[in-house]
Design a protein. Sequence first.
Length: 582
Amino acid sequence: MTYKVIARKYRPQTFAEIVGQQHVTRTLANAITSNRVAHAYIFSGVRGVGKTTAARILAKALNCASGPTATPDNTCDSCREISAGSSLDVLEIDAASNRGIDQIRELREMVRYAPASSRYKVVILDEAHQLTDEASNALLKTLEEPPERVVFILATTRAEDLVETIKSRAQLFQFRALTFQEIAGEIERIANAEQLTIEPGAVAVLARAAEGSLRDGLSLLEQAIAYGGETITDAQVRELLGVVAESVLDELVAAVEEQSAERALALVHKLIGDGQNLQHFCREAIRHFRNLLVVRVCNADSELVAAPAEERPRLAGQAARFSEEDLTRFFHILLATDDDLRRKPDPRLHLELGLLKLINARRLAPLEEALAQLRGETRRPAAAGNQAAPPSVPVRTASPPPFSTSSTGAAVRMAPASEPAPSASATSAPPAPSSLPSTDRSLPASAPHTLARAAEAHSTGAASAQVDAIKSAIRGQKFLWSMVERATRWEMDANELRLFFPSDSRTLAEMLQARDPMERLRTVLQQVTGMPLRVCVKLESARGGNARGPELRARFEEDPIVRAMLEKFGGQISEIKRPGEE
Ligand SMILES: Nc1ncnc2c1ncn2[C@@H]1O[C@H](COP(=O)(O)OP(=O)(O)OP(=O)(O)O)[C@@H](O)[C@H]1O
Ligand SMILES: [Mg+2]
Ligand SMILES: [Zn+2]
């Protein structure tokens, strides 16, 4: 038997076999049947979700001997050549390695001639965003005067990086990341076809680790086969991928519920003893708490929960022990911890700190409330929500919290004037800036220098009014808001909304790009603006024009919230740090 990697062996050969992209495949099939195929398409979407696959099927559909047809037969010479990659009329070019002007000129020459033996020449330009500006311009000329019977398909993981003029000449299809269920379903189907025995827990671990990319899911399956042979167990897959056991996550949840710093630190100790990768663990914890949040906000049956049916009752049980606000807070803290683990040298220390923040998160909640009151806010801030928490939660406003975030997103460490040390967490870990999210609501009215406000000033009046309307619509959906509230800039024009995130919020920005939040966001945009807007998520460059040193200190000293806190708790400013600063 010849060996063929699973992803290739099971590459869909018809539109109907492509999973989860019906919005694309149906439109393409209709275009073919009604003879209205465009000259150029952009297939955009994250890696491994079917872009190249769909492009090849479109090529077959156009050139099939029994076509043009939405259901190519896959048996004629043309279909077979295209599948084998040997068709002279279907050019697949990797723009990453052919990104220059010369290659595009060559391409223009090639498409000038009629197809050799087919109806259409189809040019599939992979990673099209990698083209140089010159090459893009040359390509644009071709798209402006498209040769007869040539179809361009630009596949890209970053459509936002394509030049606007090219985008406006092409029909854009946004491929979406696949859901947990879709990926799990395919893994199961293919495992059956390969006559493997695979435990449901193993399918779940693989599907979660695939993070929306079916190709990644299938390569992981392949690794699991290489590792475990024909019987694939949950334990094997966890070992292979360094994924922690569910019981470890249960222990974390229990520690948080009991607010037991001791249990949390013991957990880190055990992970290290077991040789676990701490970053992995943190990612798993993020997934877990995200699931809990979704279960709390939607319900346990929601399609948005990335867990198989068997695990859901357990998730529901855990989610019920926390308020939605708590879970949102936990989620943010873990995201910040993940960023720390990624960028800083001592993973143990940062994980310990992160978990201690989790443990203390509920105690910090009342402080946020106090701050809101100081600000004279009448609205009840969503993030300050112990009201919704179970009544058994101890609310200890008496002990001063060790630190808090302030309006500029930097953290102020409070040095208590009289008491020896903050008593919130009795550990040897040094205090550090809290990474609690600074929410839009926590911006004091008198802080015109904040990024968010600068952004609003930046956008035009009408657009900024719309941005405001969009923001308040999103606030109604706590889960979605928890993801976008860290955006530092909102820019909007007639076509798209651009959300900028701080450079250290990569994980958050990535999660926002997954299908569920994206679809929710687009729905809100459509509702508010009445138009189908694109959403583009970007990271701010690491060096923003941020204030430093004395200037920053001066700002804090003026800040009414900081002043009120100093008065109320009787402290002084000892240090000012940005989150994530050493
Ligand atoms: N939507 C899908 N339905 C079925 N199989 C899929 C789908 N997406 C990906 N696959 C599987 O993953 C493999 C790779 O998919 P494909 O090459 O189409 O991804 P892509 O979106 O072009 O990714 P990249 O951006 O990395 O080029 C396919 O051979 C197929 O096995
Ligand atoms: Mg591809
Ligand atoms: Zn055919």
